[in-house]
Ligand binder design. Structure first.
Ligand code: NAD
Ligand code: ZN
Length: 359
């Protein structure tokens, strides 16, 4: 097992990574001590892991909220359902909310914990690769509004993150690849050596080789924790974590959410950002080729064939990462070196979208 710390003064917390955390009563009970627990999960994850978890807490008051599967349920309705359960079970200020699932469950449960009685403890038990390397770490919590993703939320840190790598065994391969996009992103913005390691280990990761998995998750969490510790509320460097995301969000929006997984759109977005960097003279064509080949090895899309370039550009301009109406794009000045460009020229964005197959 690996343990690392997110350093945020009195809000600091550990991330534990390893196989079988969910069957280890000692670890679970050491990190979840409240007398009243509310486990939030969904209809796919609960049948797989819920009993394993609750079986360790038969001496506590445990309530559960099991949501239907899907991003559509990261909603104010689900939030209300969690609040109703907390209130009707008479949960106190010192209860603990436990998120058991992917990023959807984690974001929603975290936001509910931030709001119930102005904030109660919560623990993340992420069960997708994306949640283990990204959404469970860093304290961004939210629900969606019909008009936009993550519009209602809070920065609120968990008490700890327990990432059981064995839970990934049941994850569909497409979801695993989607998580790999975020892993590759960390290497690209912050750690060239880690990117080289990924070039050699993508196949092992896709086969869930335990050592490779633990290394990739640990390094990803370390890099994210480093950035979050420096810039918890995204006033500066945390924006680097959006590499590939301005393009990615536009792809998700243009295809109506659901056709592309978020991580798949980010995968294509990473290549688009690399091509933007190459056209701006800050990245070599050889590096772009390396990035493309890692993405392909991770079974991520590298083309946006047939999507409308003009529409994507308009959607990019609307992305919430824009500041004072200016588009802020994350680009690369090398592998392992992310940087921020304000107001990237529209014609160059158009060129890279077309390079990747947009029309
Ligand atoms: N808070 C943040 O910083 C942050 C960062 C990135 C993404 N997010 C959010 O995370 C969400 C995406 O997270 P996600 O990719 O984990 O999606 P998800 O939670 O929808 O999970 C993906 C799918 O896998 C299923 N699943 C989960 N664990 C499983 C397992 N072990 N075995 C089999 N199936 C399993 C889920 O039921 C779902 O169908 C989005 O809402 C996004 O906005 C938040
Ligand atoms: Zn992402």
């Amino acid at each position: 097992m690996e343990t690392l710390q997110v350093a945020l003064d009195e809000r600091s917390y550990p991330i534990l990574i390893g196989p079988d955390l969910l069957t280890d009563g000692t670890i679970l009970r050491a990190h979840i001590q409240a007398a009243q627990l509310l486990v939030v999960s969904n209809e796919v994850v609960a049948p797989l892991f819920l009993d394993r978890l609750t079986g360790r807490f038969t001496d506590r008051h445990v309530a559960t909220v099991i949501l239907p599967d899907g991003e559509a349920h990261k909603s104010l309705e689900s939030f209300s359902q969690v609040m109703d359960t907390l209130v009707s079970a008479r949960f106190h200020r010192d209860c603990c909310v436990v998120a058991l699932g992917g990023g959807v469950v984690g974001d929603l449960a975290g936001f509910a914990a931030a709001c119930y009685q102005r904030g109660v403890d919560y623990v993340q038990i992420p069960t997708t690769l994306l949640a283990q390397v990204d959404s469970s770490v860093g304290g961004k919590t939210a629900v969606n509004h019909p008009r936009g993703k993550n519009l209602i939320g809070a920065f609120y840190q968990p008490r700890c993150v327990l990432a059981d790598t064995n839970t990934l065994k049941t994850l569909p391969p497409r979801e695993l690849s989607a998580g790999l996009a975020e892993v590759i992103k960390y290497g690209l913005i912050l750690d060239g050596e880690f990117f080289c390691w990924l070039e050699d280990h993508i196949a092992a990761l896709r086969e869930l080789e335990p050592h490779a998995l633990r290394t990739a998750i640990r390094r990803s969490c370390e890099l994210k924790a480093l950035i979050v510790a420096e810039d918890e509320r995204e006033a500066g460097r945390r924006a680097l974590l959006n590499l590939g995301h301005t393009f990615g969000h536009a792809i998700e929006a243009a295809t109506g959410y659901g056709e592309w997984l978020h991580g798949e759109a980010v995968g294509a977005g990473l290549l688009l950002a690399a091509k933007f960097a190459a056209r701006s003279g800050t990245l070599s064509d050889a590096d772009v080729a390396r990035i493309e080949s890692v993405l392909k090895a991770a079974a991520l899309p590298t083309s946006i064939d047939g999507l409308a370039a003009e529409q994507l550009l308009d959607l990019m301009a609307l992305d919430k990462k824009t500041r004072r109406g200016e588009l802020r794009l994350i680009t690369l000045t090398g592998i392992g070196a992310g940087s921020i460009v304000n107001n990237p020229p529209r014609h160059r964005l158009m060129e890279v979208l077309k390079d990747c197959g947009a029309v």
